[in-house]
Design a protein around this ligand. Structure first.
Ligand SMILES: Nc1ncnc2c1ncn2[C@@H]1O[C@H](COP(=O)(O)OP(=O)(O)OP(=O)(O)O)[C@@H](O)[C@H]1O
Length: 246
């Protein structure tokens, strides 16, 4: 897995790690002695997140406990190479928790399979963290996910909302954090390639990214107005001029 990097590549790796660190500090995501669970799908982002959080412990005056969780949904034909994930976690000195569950899609009613499956996965992650006394749960969403969700929510639900960088839930019993919030998909893709992370995810036959892909395409087009459009849309969520809104 270890690759030899040029100076330029090392600088990029460092920049990505620092940007994740900036988000962690800015949103006060992790404090000394916290127990943090990283939700790992097997995709490039959550693998990178786990590695970044593990690596970060080395250079900090504070320490925190790191765990990884992967949810296996039995009745959805999407499996990852669990042995590889286990060895990845062992190398990072992180305990991997595997949970096997069922999405029961046949009883999901009108809900789309993807929705039912991810809702069930979140429930399992909440149950697991609670049972282990872990109060911080980290997801691998990045800046592009947040911008796409904003555009989708505006177009579909007529509201301005997205994916929060940090969210207290269940009367502060759990904090959901997204340390990759300030990093773009492009940056994460390059990071994963440089680090040699193989995406373990296999295509799920139910997966439906149609709307998200459309939103992504629209945001891509907006970069012809301004190359920084994606980042500007993200930053506009933090700078709302209520006086100049209807
Ligand atoms: N099976 C799973 N087990 C644990 N966590 C998961 C699982 N699937 C998704 N997650 C978490 O939810 C986040 C978003 O899920 P999504 O399916 O959009 O990820 P992805 O883009 O396919 O994979 P990744 O974000 O890891 O590259 C992931 O980054 C990960 O933190």
């Amino acid at each position: 897995m270890l690759k030899k990097h040029t100076k330029q590549e090392q600088a990029f790796i460092q920049k990505v790690r620092q940007t994740a660190g900036k988000a962690i500090n800015q949103y006060q995501m992790i404090e000394a002695d916290d127990k943090v669970m990283v939700a790992v799908s097997g995709g490039k982002d959550s693998l990178a997140l786990l590695e970044i959080l593990s690596n970060r412990r080395k250079g900090l005056p504070i320490d925190y406990e790191l765990h990884a969780a992967h949810i296996i949904t039995e009745d959805v034909p999407y499996q990852i190479d669990v042995d590889w994930l286990q060895s990845f976690c062992t190398e990072l000195n992180v305990t991997l928790h595997l949970v096997t569950t069922r999405a029961n899609l046949e009883t999901a009613g009108k809900k789309k399979p993807c929705f039912a499956c991810s809702r069930n996965r979140r429930k399992e992650l909440f149950k697991l963290t609670h049972s282990l006394g872990i109060k911080t749960l980290a997801f691998g969403h990045h800046l592009d996910d947040a911008v796409e969700t904003l555009v989708m929510n505006m177009a579909q639900h007529a509201n301005i909302s997205s994916i929060p960088a940090s969210l207290n839930m269940f009367e502060n019993k759990l904090k959901v954090i997204r340390p990759l919030t300030l990093l773009t998909n492009e940056e994460m893709k390059n990071y994963a390639t440089l680090q040699g992370f193989q995406s373990l995810k296999r295509e799920c036959p139910y997966e439906d990214h149609t709307i998200r892909l459309k939103a992504r395409r629209i945001i891509d087009q907006m970069t012809s107005i301004n190359p920084k459009a994606r980042i500007n849309i993200f930053n506009s969520m933090k700078k709302i001029d209520f006086e100049y809104l209807p």
